[in-house]
Design a protein around this ligand. Structure first.
Ligand code: ZN
Length: 203
């Protein structure tokens, strides 16, 4: 399986990092080795002094497809999840400055937290899902999929122009505002609406 991540999909997060608004979605990949194993803590890697949490809605692909029209994209997933795209922001800034790929900052071991999935039909619309991240019991990130610049079905259309989507692939759909540094002993808990989806400890 592969993990396809979208960057800069929420206007308020683009503003907080002083990035430009893209004409197309920003896309990058994480390998399967980036997945943080269930019940394991997240260890801050030694190569970064500024790892940020980015809480994101996840989409699990359930059919193989390429060149998927957004009108049919809803047939390619029936589960929605929540996760964290851990980002070594200091390293990412250096790489961005030099125009180099982001993988070392975004795709390192443990950088992809994948929480539980909920059936899509639990939601009235996938384009109106509230999600939050709490750090040590305090809400630090809050989003709603209605605020995405590219909605889930549009992302599937766009991604599948470049990459064949396969069963089990997971899309990280971008983070809302509120990204910040994590520290040892932080506890990060993610919710979709009122349902707890993951809880992890930082070491
Ligand atoms: Zn992200």
């Amino acid at each position: 399986m592969k993990i396809i991540c979208i960057g800069r999909n929420y206007a308020a997060h683009i503003d907080e990092l002083e990035n430009e608004r893209p004409k197309d979605p920003v896309v990058f990949l994480k390998p399967d080795t980036a997945i943080l194993l269930k019940k394991q803590p997240f260890f801050i890697p030694e190569f970064s002094d500024n790892v940020h949490h980015e809480v994101e809605i996840l989409v699990k692909i359930n059919r193989i497809g390429k060149h998927i029209d957004h009108k049919f994209a809803h047939k390619y997933y029936d589960e929605i999840g929540l996760g964290i795209d851990f980002t070594a922001r200091d390293l990412q800034s250096q790489l961005k400055e030099k125009g180099l790929p982001w993988e070392k900052a975004k795709a390192f071991d443990g950088s992809a937290v994948i929480g539980n999935f909920l059936p899509k039909n639990k939601f009235e619309s996938v384009d109106n899902i509230n999600f939050t991240l709490e750090k040590n019991g305090i809400t630090v990130q809050k989003g709603n999929t209605a605020l995405m610049l590219w909605k889930i079905d549009e992302l599937i259309e766009y991604i599948s122009k470049y990459f064949t989507l396969k069963i089990g692939d997971i899309i990280f759909t971008g983070t809302p505002a509120g990204v910040a540094k994590v520290a040892p002993e932080d506890k990060l808990t993610g919710y979709i609406e009122k349902t707890e989806i993951f809880s992890i400890k930082v070491k």
